[in-house]
Ligand binder design. Structure first.
Ligand code: AMP
Length: 226
């Protein structure tokens, strides 16, 4: 007799918090399907689907896609995953989305990466690029030989608009405003687990231990016998 155990998790964290790296490690360690709402939308734009065409300008301007459209899209993707465990990334972004998800699925846990804004700002603003070649430098980990200049051509490096200190502060503030109610929603449901730290490699073991315990405890949905 085989019992299929389904595990449904959400990961949250501001841009630059290491969410991509942690999600990838969770996916590999626990064999979960990783579903990113941003990736799904970008794939729709690329494939020129009706939703993709409709939502392109919204996404280009960094605005949220309307709740009902986003929810329908994600729920359809989740249905396609059938009897698989999954990790949702980028969804829900609003309480309405969280409620719509709750109507259909039992969320076992919400992993929230709590990295100080100062650390993220340092991380994101230390990135410099050489525009014509796309070469990327990091003033902390991978600095150019001569500060401000590309190693190969000697041409000046620039900072992307997205990575200037002012823009990064704005993005982080917007993220905080947007997601605070969602975090509160999950906290009130008792499923929020916060992981604080400044380094992804130090946060990861805690996430791993926590999820291992969760999965071993069997404190989640068992969906039948085969
Ligand atoms: P991301 O890659 O998660 O930053 O998403 C890129 C863009 O897709 C966002 O700026 C939004 O325009 C849109 N988007 C992604 N997820 C959602 C969501 N859950 N609700 C509304 N819009 C979203």
């Amino acid at each position: 007799m085989v019992v299929r155990v389904l595990f449904r998790a959400v990961i949250m964290g501001p841009p630059g918090s290491g969410k991509g790296t942690i999600s990838d490690r969770i996916r590999k360690s626990f064999e979960l399907k990783h579903l990113s709402s941003g990736d799904i939308l970008r794939a729709n734009i690329k494939a020129k689907t009706e939703i993709g065409l409709l939502m392109k300008s919204c996404i280009d301007q960094g605005q949220l896609v309307p709740d009902d459209i986003m929810t329908r899209l994600i729920l359809a993707e989740l249905r396609n995953l059938g009897q698989n465990s999954w990790l949702l990334d980028g969804f829900p972004r609003t309480v309405r989305q969280a409620e719509a998800l709750d109507d259909v699925y039992n969320i076992d846990t919400v992993v929230n990466l709590n990295v100080p804004f100062e650390t993220i700002k340092e991380r994101l603003t230390s990135r410099w690029v050489h525009l014509s070649s796309g070469r990327v430098y990091n003033t902390t980990f991978n600095p150019p030989k001569i500060p401000g200049l590309d190693d190969i051509t000697g041409e000046p490096l620039i900072q992307r608009n997205d990575d200037t200190p002012e823009t990064v502060t704005k993005r982080l503030k917007a993220y905080e405003m947007q997601t605070q109610p969602v975090l509160e929603y999950y906290r009130s449901k008792g499923v929020l687990e916060v992981f604080s730290g400044t380094e992804t490699n130090k946060i990861w073991p805690h996430v791993h231990t926590f999820l291992s315990g969760k999965l071993a405890s069997g404190n989640h949905q068992v969906t039948g016998t085969v």
